[in-house]
Design a protein around this ligand. Structure first.
Ligand SMILES: Nc1ncnc2c1ncn2[C@@H]1O[C@H](COP(=O)(O)OP(=O)(O)OP(=O)(O)O)[C@@H](O)[C@H]1O
Length: 311
């Protein structure tokens, strides 16, 4: 459990974060959302002491972070930022292994962990572990960045706009992957975004920040149905649905016979999901199954045609 207690940060006259108190349960995703300058990043960076608070404290499983040296604290807390921050001259495997190497894990344990994470992120270890970041797509780099932050099985994972550089379709797929992996590993995640749609998709609880203050902290359904302030209502109202059309068409409508490579999606999934799957994996088709039985595949061309020919 992460307890944030009266956390405050001032820069001159600006109260960047103003007496924020909230509790994050172990094994959940909390998304901190708000407009630019509302204090989200500062709040997150006070949790791993990249910023020191003016007052208040953070407790992780009952222990104040002030009682732990910052560099030791940060080894226990994963941190992923926009633009992934990978080391360009290190291979994918070495990038993912950065913290386990610092912690002096045995070589075979590190190698096993790297392969396990690559597989979790749908990247074949044989194909990817010896590549360099420049030889990966943007989506793949982002996945390696998140895998690296998870590598040592941190108590807590902090993510600052981790998907900000991805286009909206790939981002939806990256969010789904993160959710799946978080559930599998039981990780505790605090994630900052300015995108309310991302918050709704990912969060167990959403923390809405406005001018340094925490104005609402509640599950997504409650934020949508009972926004605490006009500001929260405006943020919910702004949720963009650029791919609304594809979201409304089931995959079953354009499925054709024959196999395709990769993980299958359900026939009642939407074409938006299928499009995300194609773009995220870099494939031009995705297999489709009904009740776990393969029934064919859907192609990127067919999805595009649907998007184009709808009124
Ligand atoms: N090092 C600093 N010196 C002075 N002011 C700062 C500093 N860092 C942040 N601030 C101010 O603190 C406030 C909160 O900034 P913060 O970066 O936490 O906001 P944010 O919600 O993460 O914004 P964004 O979404 O644009 O990243 C802003 O008014 C910002 O200008």
């Amino acid at each position: 459990m992460i307890e944030i207690d009266g956390l405050t940060k001032t820069y001159g006259d600006t109260r960047a974060v103003d007496a924020v108190t909230m509790t994050v349960e172990t094994g959940t995703i909390t998304v901190i959302v708000g407009t630019s300058g509302s204090g989200k990043t500062t709040l997150l960076r006070m949790v791993n002491r990249l910023e020191e608070p003016a007052s208040g404290e953070v407790r992780i499983n009952g222990t104040s972070t002030l009682s732990v040296q910052p560099h030791l604290l940060r080894r226990r807390i994963g941190y992923a930022i926009q633009g992934h921050g990978l080391f360009p001259h290190h291979t994918v495997a070495r990038n993912i292994a950065a913290v386990p190497m610092l912690l002096n894990w045995p070589h075979d344990k590190i190698a096993a962990r790297v392969d396990e994470l690559l597989e979790l992120f749908s990247m074949d270890p044989v194909q990817f572990r010896d590549r360099y970041p420049a030889d990966l797509s943007g989506g793949q780099q982002q996945r390696v960045g998140v895998a690296r932050a998870l590598a040592s099985r941190p108590d807590l994972m902090l993510m600052d706009e981790p998907f900000g550089a991805l286009d909206p379709i790939i981002r939806a797929r990256a969010q789904d992957d993160l959710r799946r992996i978080q559930q599998k590993l039981g990780s505790t995640i605090m994630l900052v975004t300015h995108d309310m749609e991302e918050a709704i998709r990912l969060a167990d609880k959403i923390a809405v920040m406005d001018a340094g203050r925490l104005v609402q902290y509640a599950p997504p359904a409650e934020i949508i149905t009972h926004p605490a302030t006009d500001f929260v209502a405006d943020m919910v109202g702004d949720v963009e649905r650029p791919l609304r059309l594809l979201s409304l068409i089931p995959v079953s409508q354009v499925v054709v016979d024959g196999p395709a490579e990769g993980a299958a999606i359900a026939s009642d999934a939407s074409l938006r999901d299928a499009l995300s799957a194609c773009l995220w994996t870099g494939r031009t088709a995705v297999p489709v199954e009904r009740d776990g039985v393969p029934i064919g595949h859907v192609t990127l061309d067919a999805i595009r045609a649907c998007a184009e020919f709808q009124p």
